[in-house]
Write a protein that binds this ligand. Structure first.
Ligand SMILES: C[S@@+](CC[C@H](N)C(=O)[O-])C[C@H]1O[C@@H](n2cnc3c(N)ncnc32)[C@H](O)[C@@H]1O
Length: 202
């Protein structure tokens, strides 16, 4: 199997984008509304935002009353998130590489009520991330993934999405899976995965 490495797999690529203020994928009121109706995030619950960038989605979660840990391998993004949300005690941001680094010691199995991964999964190791996320969730926890669909992306940008078949595959091994689209043609889609499932021993 051949592996195509993109420049997006380095933190330096993202640091440069964030330094230049060039990466923004705005969060619409519609996206928030759909997220809240499908996930029903509860105040005082604990969330992990994987690939949180500058913390914009984490900030929405915080505004809805959740405590959020946002992790991203771009030190620039994390510095900006800490700066922009420094007054929000329930948001914590840290640098972490989900592909190459071991699981941070502070993340114990069964820690989170919610794990969100917005537009970041294609850049991670999806198989490892799904196993890790499942381990980090409480038995009643929810994993919410937002992703572009590769086949709907223009040539040259396909690495920013997941193949349709891979998105369908996400649902396997989870007891409950629901999918909804954020646009009319299914190019931007969300998958909501829930247990219950036993905690893996570790
Ligand atoms: C397309 S951006 C999405 C950012 C944010 N979630 C959003 O919705 O705007 C992808 C993010 O994943 C981060 N990322 C890519 N590979 C990563 C890795 N191996 N570990 C942690 N973060 C990573 C990048 O730094 C970038 O901030």
């Amino acid at each position: 199997m051949s592996v195509i490495l993109h420049e997006t797999s380095t933190p330096q690529y993202w640091d440069a984008l964030y330094e230049a203020g060039r990466y923004v994928h705005g969060i619409s009121a519609f996206e928030c509304q759909m997220f809240r109706s499908y996930v029903d995030p509860r105040p005082d619950s604990l969330a992990l935002d994987a690939g949180c960038a500058r913390g914009d989605f984490a900030a929405y979660l915080g505004a809805w009353g959740l405590d959020v840990l946002g992790l991203d391998f771009s030190a620039t993004a994390i510095a900006q998130a800490r700066r922009d949300f420094k007054d929000q005690d329930h948001l914590v941001f840290d640098v972490h590489d989900f592909v190459t680094a071991p699981i941070p010691s502070g993340i114990r199995p069964g820690t989170f009520d919610l794990v969100v991964c917005r537009l970041s999964l294609p850049y991670l190791d999806p198989q490892r991330f799904l196993v890790d996320a499942r381990r980090w969730l409480k038995p009643t926890g929810v994993l919410h993934i937002t992703t572009h669909i590769t086949e709907r992306m223009p040539p040259g940008l396909r690495h920013r999405g997941l193949p349709k078949a891979a998105v369908e595959e996400l649902a396997t091994e989870w007891e409950h899976a629901v999918r909804y689209d954020l646009d009319g043609d299914g190019a931007l889609t969300c998958v909501v995965l829930r247990g219950p499932y036993p905690h893996p021993r570790r």
